[in-house]
Design a protein around this ligand. Structure first.
Ligand SMILES: *Cc1c(COP(=O)(O)O)cnc(C)c1O
Length: 232
């Protein structure tokens, strides 16, 4: 049995190794610990090991944890599916939102972001594998939406996010990540650098780092297997 602290350490080591192996600057890949379905105590344990950024999918659970853990200086990322009637709660509680796939949602998040908070950092989600069931903008639609989102007052458009179709072949895992990076490279301008590439989970983190991920979203490899709850 390994402890949470040991697993977290091992994930951090894997990130550092991949950074050096693939010529990425040390520290250029940020670890987002995906704490969905985990109790607040697990988040405290990870925080005690130096982890400050946490990702949540289920809004009600997330708000409870954010409230319970308000004594810690944590950075909260909403990575779940966004519902229009929940944008205010998201805008009021989170630092980042990764799965923005509609201009309407971005507009609402901007309008509802409290004035005393910094602009909300968001990533546009791209359906890079063109799966019927998956959320996200089709690659050809990202440019127009990005231009409009970039103009919103209370939103800081940080970059792009994707959840490729699951794939166990390490070589093939590179393909969608590379496509997301190339899409970003085509769209990036001096005014809108789109520096963030939120891509890579427990099973495909190495390939994502090789292809330019700046945030990897890791749950299972840190916290252990989850009791199944379908989402994403
Ligand atoms: C659950 C989830 C993750 C983490 O997945 P693991 O395989 O447990 O690392 C990452 N991103 C999103 C959007 C998720 O929903």
């Amino acid at each position: 049995m390994t402890s949470l602290a040991e697993r977290l350490e091992s994930v951090k080591n894997s990130i550092s190794e991949a950074e050096s192996e693939f010529g990425r600057a040390p520290g250029s890949v940020k670890l987002l610990a995906v704490s969905k379905t985990r109790p607040p105590e697990d988040i405290r344990l990870a925080f005690a090991e130096g982890q400050t950024a946490f990702g949540e999918n289920y809004l009600q659970d997330a708000i409870e944890k954010i409230t319970t853990l308000s004594d810690l200086n944590l950075e909260w990322h909403f990575i779940g599916r966004i519902q229009s009637n929940k944008t205010r709660t998201i805008a009021e509680h989170f630092d980042w939102v990764h799965g923005v796939e509609k201009l309407k949602h971005a507009r609402r998040l901007s309008e509802q972001r409290p004035a005393e908070m910094p602009p909300l950092k968001i990533c546009l989600q791209v359906n890079i594998s063109r799966e019927q069931s998956k959320g996200g903008l089709l690659p050809e639609d990202v440019a127009d939406v990005a231009a409009e989102v970039a103009a919103l007052d209370r939103i800081d458009l940080a970059g792009l996010m994707a959840i490729p179709a699951p794939c166990n072949n390490p070589d093939e895992q590179h393909i969608p990540f590379r496509e997301l990076r190339l899409l970003r490279d085509r769209l990036a301008t001096d005014a809108l650098p789109l520096e963030t590439l939120s891509m890579g989970m427990s099973g495909d983190m190495r390939a994502a780092i090789a292809e330019g991920a700046t945030i990897v979203r890791i749950g299972t490899a840190i916290f252990g297997p989850r009791a199944h709850k379908t989402d994403t």
